[in-house]
Write a protein of this length. Structure first.
Length: 410
């Protein structure tokens, strides 16, 4: 998974009696516990301070299957940390409760706490159990598979419980306690399906694999939430279009050669002269053509991915030509023009939040990044950075890294 890890809300359920609580109790209690945990430092949200799409007037990512738009910070976390398999699709618009930005998904609820950093995942499974008056601690343990009988699994001393296969591999692959929290039950049957509870999820074993239960949808229904549609914001992109770039596709060779033929020769010669540790055939590098407004990922002379971008506009600041390397990466950046000599009050001043997948290649602030404020890729638009679409910037974030060579050429 890419980027930051998000907070482990430190909660323990005290409801072992099986008595039912009023429906609103679990939600209010969750807010109280999560707030106390964040305030005390028990749970620490990490990552940049973020603003939702509605509050910032920004576009978001559209989910036509349910008619909802997800703010950029929530969408980035959803895309890079399991997506539909882990969280399901959004089932509500984002709204505010007690100053907290909230959006429901089929298998999760995302929250944005004022003054905190990052996306908060509340203890959804604990809320569900409290709301329904259930206690998995009383369920008899069962062997999920033949392997479970002999598998020692991973023991969690905080809860005194063990997670075994096949849940353990799923748990580890998708982020462990940072995503799911501590286990809160042994393996048992729920409606005839093998399952195990964690603070934020109930993992279930189905014929086609392990899935989190749809506790978001179940709890939202208990709260009386009526599904609707979100206001479609300008320039929203479809989530499937964003994911499409994750599938490496071979670019059209004629298009790439017309934009980068000289750059390929230049990089090959430079690689030989510098005695690079990687051979030319294995060298991963990025070319950006100013004249063609195109960025292409290469392995040696083989193009891996290409797309139109927007480099510096002459009236704002041209993108500098030359060879560079990525020297700093920020998963979700706040860009303020004061850092490039355009302070508050200047006619050209700007402050942009949710600048996703930012990769700096100079010490003067030039970077590759997502530009949510326009979709005019193929024409110069920026103050010197290389503006990219959401899917393209996400591809380069996942494909590139610190030290990757970049050649900016005409």
């Amino acid at each position: 998974m890419q980027g930051v890890r998000y907070p482990a809300i430190a909660t323990q359920s005290n409801d072992t009696t099986g008595s039912a609580r009023p429906i609103g109790y679990a939600r209010r209690r969750a807010l109280q516990v999560a707030g106390a945990a964040l305030a005390s430092g028990i749970a620490t949200a990490v990552g940049p301070r973020l603003v939702g799409a509605a509050a910032a007037g920004q576009p978001g990512v559209r989910f036509p299957e349910t008619g909802h738009t997800v703010a950029l910070d929530f969408a980035q976390f959803w895309l890079d940390n399991g997506g539909q398999h882990l969280f399901g699709l959004p089932i509500s618009a984002e709204y505010t409760e007690g100053g907290v930005g909230i959006q429901w998904f089929e298998r999760a609820r995302f929250e944005r706490w004022p003054g905190q950093r990052g996306v908060v995942l509340p203890p959804l499974a604990e809320e569900y159990l409290a709301a329904t008056g259930r206690s998995p601690a009383t369920y008899p343990s069962v062997a999920v598979t033949d392997l479970t009988v002999t598998d020692p699994g991973q023991y969690f001393p905080e809860s005194g419980l063990t997670v075994r296969e096949p849940f353990l591999s799923f748990f580890r692959h998708y982020g462990g306690t940072a995503i799911f929290g501590q286990p809160t039950s042994r393996e048992h049957l729920v409606g005839g399906v093998p399952a195990q509870y964690f603070q934020r999820a109930r993992l279930e074993l189905h014929q086609d694999g392990v899935y989190p239960a749809r506790l978001g949808a179940a709890l939202a229904q208990l709260h009386g939430w009526q599904p609707g549609t979100s206001l479609r914001l300008p320039s929203t992109v479809n989530w499937r279009q964003v994911l499409a770039a994750a599938k490496i596709r071979k670019p059209d060779l004629d298009t790439v050669l017309s934009a980068h033929s000289d750059a390929i020769s230049d990089m090959e010669l430079h690689s030989a002269d510098s005695h690079a540790t990687s051979t030319w055939e294995r060298l991963r590098w990025l070319a950006v053509s100013i004249n063609h407004q195109r960025a292409t990922a290469f392995v040696g002379d083989r193009p891996i991915f290409t797309d139109l971008v927007s480099t510096g506009l002459a009236s704002k600041g041209l993108t500098p030509l030359g060879r560079y390397t990525i020297n700093r990466r920020v998963y979700n950046e706040v860009m303020d023009s004061a850092t490039i000599g355009l302070p508050w009050g200047h006619p050209a001043h700007y402050r942009l939040e949710n600048v996703l997948y930012t990769q700096y290649f100079t010490n003067q602030g030039h970077a590759l990044h997502y530009a949510w404020w326009h979709d005019n890729f193929g024409a110069p638009m920026s103050f010197g950075c290389v503006n990219m679409s959401l899917s393209t910037s996400r591809f380069f974030w996942q494909w590139a890294g610190i030290g990757m060579p970049i050649l900016i050429h005409e």
